[in-house]
Every structure is written in structure tokens, then in C-alpha cells.
Design a binder for this molecule. Structure first.
Ligand code: FA5
Length: 322
């Protein structure tokens, strides 16, 4: 009887060699392992085998069954893979790869930095969580002074706050260096402002500070004209309006023509002597100008966006189109 097992094994292997499709493989499986298959037939015969041969026969049949199962399983995996590859339609359009794009606000900030570097400014950094001293006191805004109300402040403790403007970086830079200096700092600032079409509670500012001997208002004006020309093109109309900041004297605001009206994009002025005193510079010897640009408002004008909130809504259509 053991010869019968060997013979079936032989036959299976010959037929297995010739298999070239899943269909054929399945037929072969049924022929050997199916209900009426050869192996099943052999297993049914076990009970008729004389007891002394039964053990050996049973073991041989089971071993062959396992071998056949394994061969079929391996062959199926291979054939399935091959058939799948054969069905690959190379004429189908590919899946689009969505590349990341820069947010319009980041683009504007980067552009501002480029212009600043071109004008000889050095880029400096500063913290967003700030001491009340740097945000106000050293900028000639004493605690009792009503001008503090110009910045609706988010306090963390009595002495610590989320900076309301990038101007504290002026103080931090001057404290650590000797004049002359020409620095630029872009970063985020925070205010308890209502979130409306032209105000965000967290927005960008970019601070410029130039300290040297004999710096004049004409230097400031020329620098701001350069910035606006680079940002909006040479024909852009801008307006200088007299303004008030405790840390500059005189002070100005710059408005850019924006469709029907004018939008304020920056505050600026000549560094106040009190600010120089706070950092230990002699105001009789040194002069300077400072300005604070609003990249959010600049981006609105540049890209024709009439609502600042669009920049913060994470709608990918905005980024896709700009
Ligand atoms: C300041 O914050 C001064 N530190 C600017 C300055 C620097 C003056 C150096 C003199 C010397 P102001 O509060 O006006 O100023 O803000 C400056 C600019 O930030 C504004 O012109 C505007 O473009 C932008 N800005 C102000 N508030 C918001 C807001 N809530 N959302 C978006 N942009 C704002």
C-alpha cells in the first residue's frame, strides 16, 4: 500500500510542475485534497489496512497531504501576485502628488526679511512670552500711563505677558550691544483684539531698528518707501500720517492705497530719548529710527484678501490659489 502513496506523490508532482494559472492550481487542489480527491481516498483506506502496516501508511499519507497543502499554498501566493501584476493598467492616470505650499503670511514675512537684508538689516530674534518691563516699561510706557491701553494685553502674571508688539526686541537688542546697529525682527504678537475683518488676536509683526549718529526722519521715510515699493510695486501710493507712540518722537503711520480706501500697515518714528536712556545709550550722542510692520495687513493688500480671518482658517483653497 505504501507504493500507492509514492505513486500518487509522483503523479502530483508531475502535474504540479505544469501548473500555470490559479484556475489550474485550484483544479489540482480539488483533485488531490477535495472530498473525493486522491489523498482523501487514501485516508479513507486507513481502516482497511492490516494493523501492522497501518501506522506507517497513515504517517506517509499525512506527510504527503501536508506537503501538497504547502506546495499549493506557496504556488497560489506566487500566481496571485503574477496575475495582479498582469492586470496593472499602465494607461490609467496617476494619483496626483499634492506638494506642500507656503502660507501667504509666511511668504510675506520671508519677502520682508529679504528686503530688510538687502537694505543692510541684520535679523535678530526675541521671545513671544515677555516681561512687562520689555513690552512696556523700557519703551517709555510706565504702568500708570494711559497709553498702555493702546495695546489690549493678554497677561500671564502681573509681570509676564504675551508680547503685544515686536518692539521689546528693540530693548533686548540694545541692552546687549553697543551702537551703531541695524536690526530686523519678524515674529508673532498677541492682543485681546476682536477677531474681525482687519484684526486678529494673534498676528505677525516685523520690527526694524537703526541706531547710529545723525539718523534723520528722511532716512526713515526713504527706508519705508523702499519697503513698500519692493512689496507692492513702484507705483503704489502710500501716505504718511502723523501719529503717536510713546517710544518714538515724532511718530508716523503708513497707509497703503487699497482699492477704495487706505489700510494702515505700519507704525514708525524716531527713537525716543527715554528709550535710549533705558538701555544706557547716550541720547545726545545717538539717534535712530524704528518701525513695526504688519505682515497680515500687507498680505491682505498684496493678495487682495478682504478678510484677515481667511489666513487663519486653514482652508487649503486659499493656499492653493495664492
Ligand atoms: C505697534 O505695535 C508699534 N510697536 C509699532 C511701532 C514700532 C511704532 C516701532 C514705532 C516704532 P500698532 O499697534 O499700530 O503699533 O501696530 C503696528 C501694525 O501691526 C499695524 O499697522 C497693523 O498693520 C498691525 N496690527 C495691529 N493690530 C493688528 C491686529 N489685531 N491684527 C492684525 N494686524 C494688526
Amino acid at each position: 500500500m505504501i507504493e500507492k502513496v509514492k505513486e500518487i506523490e509522483q503523479r502530483f508532482k508531475e502535474q504540479f510542475e505544469k501548473i500555470s494559472s490559479l484556475k489550474e492550481l485550484d483544479e489540482l487542489r480539488i483533485k488531490y485534497l477535495g472530498k473525493k480527491g486522491e489523498i482523501t481516498g487514501l485516508l479513507k483506506k486507513i481502516k482497511d489496512i492490516p494493523p501492522e502496516e497501518r501506522k506507517e501508511f497513515g504517517r506517509a499519507v499525512n506527510a504527503l497531504k501536508v506537503e501538497i497543502q504547502e506546495l499549493i499554498q506557496a504556488a497560489r501566493a506566487k500566481l496571485e501576485k503574477a496575475e495582479k501584476a498582469g492586470k496593472l493598467d499602465l494607461t490609467l492616470p496617476g494619483k496626483p502628488v499634492i506638494a506642500g505650499k507656503k502660507h501667504p503670511l509666511i511668504k510675506v514675512v520671508e519677502e520682508l526679511v529679504e528686503v530688510a537684508v538687502g537694505l543692510g538689516f541684520e535679523i535678530v530674534d526675541g521671545p513671544e512670552i515677555e516681561w512687562e518691563y520689555y513690552n512696556f516699561e523700557a519703551l517709555n510706557i510706565p504702568e500708570y500711563h494711559p497709553s498702555r491701553d493702546m495695546w489690549s494685553t493678554l497677561f500671564i502674571t502681573d509681570k509676564m505677558l504675551l508680547r503685544t508688539h515686536t518692539s521689546p526686541v528693540q530693548i533686548r537688542t540694545m541692552e546687549n550691544r553697543k551702537p551703531p546697529l541695524k536690526v530686523f525682527h519678524p515674529g508673532r504678537v498677541y492682543r485681546k483684539d476682536p477677531f474681525d475683518a482687519s484684526h486678529a488676536p494673534a498676528f505677525f509683526q516685523a520690527e526694524g531698528l537703526y541706531v547710529d549718529k545723525n539718523v534723520s526722519f528722511a532716512d526713515l521715510k526713504a527706508t519705508l518707501e523702499m519697503f513698500t515699493r519692493e512689496l507692492f510695486g513702484p507705483k503704489t501710493k502710500i501716505r504718511f500720517l502723523p501719529s503717536y507712540f510713546p517710544f518714538t518722537e515724532p511718530s508716523t503711520e503708513v497707509l497703503v492705497n487699497w482699492g477704495e480706501g487706505w489700510l494702515e500697515i505700519l507704525g514708525a518714528g524716531m527713537v525716543h530719548p527715554r528709550v535710549f536712556e533705558a538701555v544706557g545709550y547716550d541720547p545726545e550722542e545717538w539717534t535712530g529710527y524704528a518701525f513695526g510692520l504688519g505682515p497680515d495687513r500687507i498680505a491682505m493688500i498684496k493678495y487682495g484678501i478682504d478678510d484677515i480671518r481667511l489666513f487663519y482658517e486653514n482652508d487649503l483653497r486659499l493656499i492653493g490659489e495664492l
